[in-house]
Design a protein around this ligand. Structure first.
Ligand SMILES: Cc1cc2nc3c(=O)[nH]c(=O)nc-3n(C[C@H](O)[C@H](O)[C@H](O)COP(=O)(O)OP(=O)(O)OC[C@H]3O[C@@H](n4cnc5c(N)ncnc54)[C@H](O)[C@@H]3O)c2cc1C
Length: 212
């Protein structure tokens, strides 16, 4: 029977944070972001953890990240505000602290901006460029034990329309043991309920209970 190896999906990713980030921002959320990988952008939230990043935005980008040799995502901390408007809001202000207040940046975003590029100087234009396009190089995904779901499993081609293994009649499969993946938000549960209903009905018929 052909299977694809199980791998973590809808999971956090490792980030080698500088210690200053963890001291200031471990456990803090980053809200109302745009997060991009390659040409794909999603809106959502992230959480800074001891190991890296968790949260809906990175879960949704998992398939793209897994396909990259050197996975990296880019964050826009102020997707609703253009660089020109940010420049305008900071035009009468002198220090980074004043700009960050004027831009209403969260403590976690400020910690990242100040801790990840400490030698970058205090140019307003540089700070705006960073907060609109902040790079985060990633290590690998977190282990399956921490993941919300898995990709991989028994290949669809091994199953007939009733979700019975063609090579092992009488064995029906449902849920995550089959090779599919979906985002969180009910899609995984719906996929499991749907395949479970179909497999259960078919198994019942197989046992000679056609009306079950
Ligand atoms: C923290 C968390 C949050 C989630 N949130 C969401 C969400 O918001 N929306 C969403 O759609 N999905 C969510 N999911 C995913 C969703 O719960 C799973 O996709 C779904 O439950 C998988 O169902 P399943 O039946 O395939 O596997 P499971 O639910 O893992 O069921 C497998 C069962 O098989 C049993 N079992 C294992 N081995 C054996 C054995 N050898 N013999 C007998 N029994 C065995 C296990 O004990 C278990 O009861 C979440 C998952 C987690 C972990």
């Amino acid at each position: 029977m052909e299977t694809a190896p199980f791998i973590a999906a809808n999971c956090g990713w490792n980030v080698p944070w500088p210690s200053a980030v963890l001291e200031r921002a471990e456990g803090l959320p980053l809200k109302n972001l745009n997060v991009s990988v390659g040409g794909e952008t999603v809106s959502g939230e992230l959480l800074i953890t001891r190991n890296g990043l968790e949260g809906g935005a990175i879960y949704r980008l998992g398939p793209l990240l897994r396909a990259m040799n050197q996975p990296e995502l880019r964050i826009d901390f102020k997707p609703q505000v253009t660089a020109a408007v940010l420049r305008e809001r900071a035009s009468q202000l002198r220090t980074p602290n004043e700009w960050f207040q004027a831009w209403k940046l969260s403590p976690a975003a400020i910690a990242l901006l100040e801790s990840c590029f400490p030698d970058e100087g205090t140019e307003c234009a540089t700070a705006i460029a960073r907060l609109k396009d902040f790079p985060v190089p990633l290590g690998g995904p977190r282990p399956i034990a921490e993941a919300i779901s898995t990709a991989g499993g028994v290949l669809w081609q091994e199953l007939n329309q009733q979700l019975m293994l063609a090579k092992m009649p009488g064995i029906f499969l449902a849920g995550e043991m089959i090779d599919w993946e979906a985002p969180t938000g009910g899609y995984l549960l719906q996929g499991c309920f749907s395949t479970g209903t179909r497999a259960g009905r078919a198994a019942s018929k197989f046992c000679g209970r056609p009306n079950a």
